[in-house]
Design a protein around this ligand. Structure first.
Ligand code: HEM
Length: 131
């Protein structure tokens, strides 16, 4: 239970600036690192729209402003991922890319661990095929 005066995860990550920095690092790595090539190939040729959407979504998901729902309504994340074949391999690549982005954005270790668990739950829920 969160208590009055306790900082939200959004505040602990550094608000909009910290969230944007994490999202930018995540997509920079997806673009740069050959290891994430399979993940990159699922995305559009330019990542600008993906960056904005993940940034808007995470702001709300982390307890900050609801930029995503203000623009698009309910995220319906699982439905929005159905056009992409997501199995264990894609989930693991997404997690590895996000874990690397968290390390390189110098997010506090305890916070990164807490976030990794939450990201994992969502990433696993996005699976829509075996393997
Ligand atoms: C499990 C592995 C995942 C894969 C392979 C994946 C892949 C993708 C792809 C290809 C897109 C479309 C990008 C675009 O239209 O520009 C997308 C959109 C999105 N993803 Fe993921 N994703 C994964 C997990 C996640 C997780 C864990 C989150 C949130 C914590 C997330 C949040 C989003 C959001 C907010 C969008 C934009 C949805 C929209 O409005 O169209 N994704 N994802």
């Amino acid at each position: 239970m969160s208590q009055v005066g306790e900082p939200t995860v959004f505040e602990r990550i550094g608000g909009e600036a910290g969230t944007r920095a994490l999202v930018d690092r995540f997509y920079d790595l997806m673009d740069l690192e050959a290891a994430y090539g399979t993940l990159r190939a699922l995305h559009p040729s330019t990542l600008d729209g993906s960056r904005d959407k993940l940034f808007w979504f995470l702001c709300g998901w982390l307890g900050g402003p609801q930029h995503y729902t203000d623009r698009f309504g309910h995220p319906m994340l699982r439905a929005r991922h159905l056009p992409f074949a997501i199995g264990i391999r894609e989930r693991e690549l997404w997690m590895a890319c996000m874990q690397q982005a968290m390390r390189e954005s110098e997010i506090d270790e305890a916070l990164a661990e807490q976030l990794a668990k939450a990201f994992y739950g969502t990433a696993d829920w996005m699976r829509n095929r075996g393997g």
